[in-house]
Ligand binder design. Structure first.
Ligand code: CU
Length: 139
């Protein structure tokens, strides 16, 4: 799939979901874009997280369901810029990836990414019942 991203299209790739952060409202969000992953990295321009956690890279396809995890990167609570996840498996041009915000909750060790597909350890956050994620296509 070849797509040219206009500013409007980039804006459309930003999903937000409100969450309460103490006294203020913040928006959990992943802002990213279609990109080459030839350097072994998938990146997000900006991620907003309600708590320390993880940006998780899933394989996906046209069905838009999260598949196997092929990368993760730590997130701090609040704003994160230029988040880079090292791919743990080859991803070729044209493949689709889903970048998703996961928590650091429910695991056995803090600071160790323990999620595997469907597990409750370090699982996805769902503010308002919605996953916080964006789907991109590797160029
Ligand atoms: Cu996920």
């Amino acid at each position: 799939m070849i797509r040219t991203l206009t500013a409007a299209a980039v804006a459309a790739l930003v999903s937000t979901a409100a969450f309460a952060d103490g006294h203020s409202e913040m928006n959990a969000m992943v802002m990213t874009n279609d990109q080459s992953v030839a350097n072994g990295i998938v990146s997000a321009k900006k991620v907003m997280a309600p708590a320390n956690g993880w940006l998780v890279v899933h394989r996906t396809d046209g069905a838009m369901k999260p598949g196997p995890v092929v990368g993760h990167a730590p997130l701090r609570k609040g704003q994160n810029f230029d988040v880079a996840a090292i791919l743990t498996e080859p991803v070729t041009s044209g493949e689709m990836l889903m970048l998703m915000v996961h928590s650091e909750d429910g695991g056995f060790q803090t600071g160790i990414f323990e999620y595997t597909l469907g597990s409750s350890q370090d699982g996805p956050i769902k503010p308002g019942g919605q996953l916080v994620m964006q789907v991109i296509t590797a160029r």
